[in-house]
Structure formats: structure tokens, C-alpha cells
Design a protein around this ligand. Structure first.
Ligand code: ADP
Length: 246
């Protein structure tokens, strides 16, 4: 169980990103975080993944305050996948293996297949030995994202925090990424920062964040009834979908 209680986060430059965030994620739940750009969603995700400590309030994991959980232990528990997951100046094979350093080559290739990246990796001149990262081969955003998903799959952490990418997703890529994400999150406790609402109706809980506060928490049906901001976001989503189909 992950519990956020009155969480505040002020960045070093004085930006008050979060003020009074409270919600609970039960084990095995699938929770979506939605809200306008700049409302604090990524900050929440990064606090849970241990990037920083809260300024005040608390985050507990299985009842234990995150401030007291050794970073190594937290890292084993939480897989964080975002659009800017870092690729190191090493081979693709080693970049994926970082998820679990003891993994064999066969295990690395198995997750690459499951994450939909085996084919493009094999099409590179040096295959799995291709060096990527700052000084290496250029990969598209979608390819980098799938490598990050493969790395997280290998890690097999019980909690997955996923900052859903939009920037890199083209329609061709989307189905592959969705399938990879589906495999990554199966059976896990999952927090997704949703930039689009396409899969949201199946969420156990949706947390609506606005101006650094958790404005409303509920299911899709509950929020459609009670939360004007959610209604507005849903209408915009449905409108955009109709536009796509037209
Ligand atoms: P969202 O994910 O909902 O778009 P963020 O959590 O990224 O929102 O940002 C919340 C607020 O915190 C914004 O005002 C943003 O500019 C600010 N912010 C985010 N990251 C940093 C940072 N590293 N340093 C200072 N301010 C930040």
C-alpha cells in the first residue's frame, strides 16, 4: 500500500509544486493521476520513486515512511518509467540489463521481445551490441521508451510508476507501446500519469490533481458525476476522439 498524506513539495527555486496531496493506493490497484499541465503529477510520481524527499507530510510504502526506506530497497520496489528515462553510453543489451544486473543475455532478449523492441534492435548494424546514449546511435523517442519498458520489465518490481508519454507516440508506434505497457503492468500496483484518457475507464481509482492539490479521488463514474474538472477533461477527450475519426 502506498499512502500520501498532506504531501507538500517546494522545489529549491521556491516553486511550490504540491500542497496538501493525500491519497492511498492499495496493493494491486491501478490508479490514474490526471490534471492540467503543471498541476504536479510528475512531481508526485518522482516523489514516490524516491527522486526527492517531501518538504512536509509523508509518503509511506507498506506502512514505512519513505524517508526511512534505504534507496536501494526503494529502487527494488518501484520501477519508474517516463519519457525521459536515461540511456547510458553503453550497448542496448547493457542498458536493458540495468533493470536486473544478474540477468542473462537470454533474459534480456526475452523482455526486449515482450516490450516490442527486439525487431528494431536486430535491424541495427550491431544489434544488441549497438552503443546508445549521448555518444551512441540515435534512437527515436518511441524506441527509447520501449527500451525503458524492457528495462523495467526485467526489474519486475511490485510497483510500477508510469509517466505516460505522448510526445513520441505516433499511431504506428502506439499499439506496440500499449501492448508493452500492458505486459509491464500485469499483476502490479500501478500509478499512471495519464496524458490522454483513452484507457482510464478501467482504473480502480483516479486522482484529479489541480494546482498542486488532490482535488478529487474516485472512479471514472463517480468523477463524471461529481468533479467538474474531470467532466471537462473527459469532454475534451471525447471531442478529440471524434475529431480523429472525422
Ligand atoms: P505536471 O506533471 O502535472 O505537468 P509537474 O509536477 O511537472 O506538473 O510540475 C508542477 C510544478 O512544479 C510546475 O509549476 C513546474 O514548473 C514545477 N517544477 C517541476 N519540476 C521542477 C524542478 N525540477 N524545479 C523547479 N520547479 C519544478
Amino acid at each position: 500500500m502506498i499512502r500520501l498524506k498532506d504531501v507538500e513539495k517546494t522545489y529549491e527555486n521556491g516553486t511550490k509544486a504540491l500542497q496538501g496531496i493525500s491519497f492511498t493506493i492499495e496493493d494491486g490497484e491501478f490508479v490514474f493521476l490526471v490534471g492540467p499541465s503543471g498541476s504536479g503529477k510528475s512531481t508526485i510520481a518522482k516523489l514516490i520513486a524516491g527522486f526527492w524527499d517531501v518538504t512536509s507530510g509523508s509518503i509511506t510504502l507498506g506502512g514505512q515512511d519513505l524517508k526511512r526506506v534505504p534507496l536501494k530497497q526503494l529502487y527494488d520496489q518501484v520501477a519508474f518509467v517516463s519519457q525521459d528515462n536515461y540511456l547510458f553510453d553503453e550497448s542496448i543489451r547493457e542498458n536493458i540489463r540495468m533493470g536486473r544486473p544478474a540477468a542473462t543475455d537470454a533474459e534480456v532478449e526475452a523482455v526486449a521481445k515482450a516490450a516490442g523492441c527486439d525487431a528494431f534492435i536486430r535491424s541495427l548494424e550491431h544489434g544488441y551490441d549497438t552503443v546508445v546514449g549521448g555518444g551512441g546511435a540515435h534512437l527515436s523517442g518511441g524506441e527509447r521508451q520501449r527500451i525503458a519498458i524492457a528495462r523495467a520489465m526485467l526489474k519486475d518490481a511490485p510497483i510500477v510508476v508510469l509517466d505516460e508519454a505522448t510526445a513520441y507516440i505516433d499511431p504506428e508506434n502506439e499499439a506496440v507501446v500499449q501492448q508493452a505497457v500492458g505486459r509491464l503492468v500485469a499483476g502490479k500496483t500501478v500509478l499512471v500519469i495519464a496524458h490522454r484518457l483513452s484507457t482510464i475507464t478501467g482504473a480502480d481509482q483516479i486522482v484529479v490533481v489541480n494546482g498542486g492539490r488532490s482535488q478529487d479521488v474516485g472512479t471514472h463514474g463517480e468523477l463524471l458525476k461529481n468533479c467538474p474538472l474531470y467532466q471537462e477533461m473527459w469532454r475534451a477527450h471525447m471531442g478529440a476522439k471524434e475529431g480523429e475519426q472525422a
